[in-house]
Write a protein that binds this ligand. Structure first.
Ligand SMILES: C[S@@+](CC[C@H](N)C(=O)[O-])C[C@H]1O[C@@H](n2cnc3c(N)ncnc32)[C@H](O)[C@@H]1O
Length: 243
């Protein structure tokens, strides 16, 4: 199935290239920079233990509500429709304190679906589907998935083992500003440092640039192309592995 939420840097179009590179067997699958979790949703199950993680609190709250409060969330979303005025009002209201988790999750879902390219800031002005019917399948898919809200370094330390496969899709070089938690060049280096020490295996996706090729020169680097989500043309990407 596809992810239920559009997300900047979402990997739906790369899933068919990334998943065949997974090892034949592993017990733990950990999506370190979860976002919309395109790779997780692409298969019914990747491993016995599965973990979704993201540092964005609003996004993680949406995943938790989809997993634990699905019917209430559907009810909440059913009160919204596609309108610029409503979109702008929800964006302001989302900043208020005193909302329930379900109200916040509903607003997050609507803003992600109605914003331009899922940027969460500007109204897309497109005929978007706001139906929350898909949440039934999402609830089922997340049934055995552990949902975490940690910085990547803490998460990787917690779940590392010889049986772990980490899929890492960090904010790309020079797109870091699109996410609500800024990812710095020190973070890119911190990620390389921790991935260099793990017992488990990792698959990492990045934009193809000299900085990334240099940072990961000691690992296997596979160049791939994917269609641009927002326009015609292709993006050059890298898939990097330690096995
Ligand atoms: C490129 S997106 C992931 C997209 C995802 N693979 C998908 O298919 O939708 C990167 C994600 O990393 C998250 N992030 C940023 N800094 C982080 C950190 N220090 N630890 C964990 N997640 C972080 C962002 O909130 C964002 O959702």
């Amino acid at each position: 199935m596809k992810s239920f939420i559009p997300w900047i840097g979402g990997k739906n179009l790369l899933a068919k290239k990334i998943i065949p590179m997974f090892p034949d067997s592993f017990q733990r699958y950990i999506e370190v920079f979860g976002g919309g979790a395109s790779i997780l949703f692409h298969r019914e199950r990747h491993a016995k233990t599965e973990v979704y993680n993201d540092l964005n609190d609003g996004l993680v709250n949406l995943f938790r509500c989809a997993k634990f409060h699905r019917t209430e969330l559907q009810k909440e979303i059913s009160g919204y429709f596609n309108s610029r005025t409503l979109f702008n009002e929800i964006r302001q209201k989302m900043e208020l304190s005193g909302l329930t988790d379900i109200q916040r999750a509903g607003m997050f879902f609507v803003v992600a679906r109605l914003s331009f390219g899922a940027n969460m800031r500007t109204f897309g002005g497109q005929p978007r589907n706001l139906s929350a019917d898909c949440l039934e399948l999402v609830e089922k898919r997340l049934e055995n998935v552990v949902i975490e809200n940690l910085d990547f370094a803490e998460l990787i330390r917690k779940y590392d083992s010889a049986e772990s496969l980490f899929y890492c899709d960090p904010p790309y070089n020079s797109t870091e500003r699109y996410y609500n938690k800024r990812f710095t060049s020190a973070d890119h280096e911190r990620l390389r440092a921790i991935l260099s020490q793990i017992q488990g295996r990792f698959i990492l996706s990045y934009n193809d640039c000299d900085e990334v090729r240099e940072l990961y020169r000691d690992f296997k680097i596979v160049p791939v192309q994917r269609q641009n989500n927002l326009s015609e043309g292709f993006y050059k990407e890298l898939i990097i592995k330690n096995f």
